[in-house]
Design a protein around this ligand. Structure first.
Ligand code: ATP
Length: 582
């Protein structure tokens, strides 16, 4: 497929802010893609070349892209940097440069999506001597055969910043429209019914289809596979496997035990809500692999867990869901998440870190066992299986603490015990519920102590002055609404002068500087990647921020390297919290 066809879609989509319009444009494109052999082209729609479960990255810096532009257009790096400073978008610079060059040569573009996938995938794989030169060649080969507009989007794709606005939700709905049933078809099918009945049926069926696609996606995290299965009307065949990570099930919140029982039924299972980070553990003939909830493979960082799994869990193949918590190696007291968060990212001195910051794995669910998916089995059966296959070993790996009760009193006692042991609260779980990957469903609810907090993403920052000049000291945070990020406030407290678990001005500045998109005076725009937990006193309505709300007295309490912008608070959650407290 010609890249120009894709670029046309980018352009059309970027020119409308209406979700429905975007979905329709995409659906038309997908109808064309149906006829193509290589369905991986679908990844390019969102500026990617690998499926979402795949964590390979292109790893191409602005500097290297400038070198490739220099090679393909003949403009000096100095000139390119000058234009970059003016336009703030290397994609637009590439477009300008190619336009100027093409006026001289007048060749037409023959760039294909397949060629782009091929070259960009190579970028992620090259290592060893001559890496930089080979990378520059691969990129400039593509740029040389691009039209100006193609150069714009290609450059942005290479830099991992396509900025077209095609989110997971829109792509899902476009798959429904292009492969399952369009509204027109449904209208026809239900044309014999009265209007209100007809509308109800159409809406129910549309929703059901969207859910089918979403469910398949949450299991596979691969749009090419989901698209292919949707075209064949075989979405239900998409299964989980130990080969790739899947999205974890998320829970809702209950304010007290009465509400908890109402939501999950009686009797219910209560478990400690451990204050650590989620770990999905896969084991099969290839070994043990560990994933975070943002699907990052962190197996190398946790050789201790790999060892515990082999030693304490019976079974040929399985997928476990668990929470890892840290403890002090001397006193054996459990520690809050923040104190062990560095174990997730650290790539060196691993053995030393394993000793200094040991963790205990608390297994609370099992999704797959010896070749069979357990997603549809009731929770009580899954838990019973866990009891059979896990040999509890405190401070290494064990089953999550659990009681089954119908009594609020017992549940409260259990809650106090959890808090006393340094945990965040408890989870109440429905004993009969299946496991639904990727959804925030009411099969379980969390009950925490008094506290107001949201996970948000940093979208802007400001340089400090005086003693803090050169450091970023004030940060604008955003929640999400569909595919949009909406600002909810500015945070400038909670950071320390000295290095302390990454939450210092220096630590934060270091992390954010590599994510800067544009700079204007002291203000910088940041790629929305860094997720933080922000606590606040209350929520106010505010026209100042795009969300319409502002958090009062916000304070950073945690960095969340284990979370992605997909995990942040939604506008709806903020609205609900506002309504509950006003
Ligand atoms: P929070 O910020 O409160 O941890 P969240 O948005 O990460 O919430 P929720 O699904 O709302 O996720 O809350 C459950 C989280 O609590 C899980 O993601 C998991 O990391 C953690 N957790 C700790 N103990 C348990 C447990 N026994 N069962 C399920 N989740 C647990």
């Amino acid at each position: 497929m010609k890249y120009s066809e894709l670029v046309k879609v980018y352009k059309e989509i970027a020119s409308t802010s209406k979700t429905l319009e975007k979905t329709k444009i995409l659906a038309e494109f997908l109808k064309k893609l149906k006829k193509e052999k290589n369905k991986d082209i679908i990844y390019l729609l969102r500026g990617k070349v690998f499926p979402d479960y795949d964590e390979r990255e292109l790893g191409i810096s602005t500097q290297l892209t400038i070198k490739a532009l220099n090679k393909s257009t003949g403009h000096s790096a100095k000139e390119i940097v000058k234009r970059f400073k003016k336009l703030g978008d290397l994609g637009k610079v590439a477009e300008e440069l190619v336009k100027e060059k093409k006026q001289k040569t007048l060749s037409s573009s023959k760039l294909t999506c397949e060629k782009i996938l091929q070259n960009l995938r190579k970028l992620a794989e090259i290592t060893g001597a001559g890496t930089v030169e080979r990378r520059i060649s691969l990129i400039s080969e593509l740029l040389t055969s691009s039209s100006p507009l193609e150069a714009r989007y290609l450059t942005r794709t290479i830099l991992g910043n396509l900025r077209v606005g095609i989110g997971e939700g829109i792509l899902r709905d476009a798959i429904v429209l292009s492969c399952l049933e369009t509204k027109e078809n449904l209208e026809k099918r239900f044309s014999g019914l009265q209007k209100s009945e007809r509308l109800k049926k159409i809406s129910a069926e549309t929703k059901e289809n969207a859910e089918l696609v979403q469910e398949a996606y949450d299991k596979a995290n691969d749009f090419a596979l989901v698209f292919e299965q949707a075209c064949k009307k075989k979405l239900k065949d998409v299964a989980i496997s130990t080969e790739k990570p899947l999205k974890v099930m998320l829970f809702q919140k209950a304010k007290d035990f009465e509400e908890a029982f109402k939501r999950v039924g009686k009797p219910a299972a209560f478990e400690f809500k451990y204050d650590g980070f989620r770990m999905l553990i896969h084991k099969d003939s290839k070994g043990v692999r560990i994933f975070t909830r943002r699907l990052d493979n962190v197996s190398n960082q946790f050789p201790d867990v790999v060892f515990y799994i082999k030693k304490h869990v019976k079974g040929r193949s399985f997928i476990l869901d668990s929470e890892a918590i840290g403890y002090d190696p001397k006193t054996k007291k459990y520690k809050p998440f923040q104190s062990i968060s560095q174990r997730i990212k650290r790539k060196y001195d691993i053995e030393k870190l394993v000793k200094e910051l040991p963790i205990e794995v608390n297994v609370f669910d099992i999704l797959y066992y010896n070749g069979k998916s357990l997603l549809k089995e009731p929770f009580k059966k899954r838990r019973a299986l866990l009891r059979k296959i896990i040999k509890n070993k405190k401070y290494h790996l064990k089953l999550a603490e659990q009681i089954t009760t119908s009594s609020e009193k017992d549940a409260e006692k259990f809650f106090r015990q959890a808090v006393k042991e340094g945990q965040e609260g408890v989870m109440a779980k429905n004993l009969e519920a299946p496991y639904k990957p990727g959804s925030r469903v009411g099969y379980g609810v969390k009950i925490k102590g008094e506290e107001n907090e949201f996970d948000l993403v940093i979208v802007k920052a400001e340089y400090g002055t005086g003693k803090r000049a050169g450091w970023l000291t004030s940060f604008t945070v955003a929640c999400k609404s569909g595919d949009k990020l909406l600002e909810v406030g500015k945070v400038s407290t909670g950071l320390k002068e000295k290095e302390e678990m990454g939450l210092s001005y220096r630590g934060m500045s270091k992390k954010l500087k590599s994510l800067i998109k544009t700079e204007k005076g002291r203000e910088v725009e940041i790629k929305p990647k860094l997720v933080v937990t922000v606590t606040y006193q209350n929520i106010q309505k505010s026209p100042k921020y795009a969300s319409g709300f502002a958090l009062r007295f916000p304070r950073f309490t945690r960095l969340r390297p284990d979370r992605s912008p997909d995990d942040i608070a939604t506008l709806n959650e903020i609205k609900k919290e506002y309504e509950a407290t006003h």
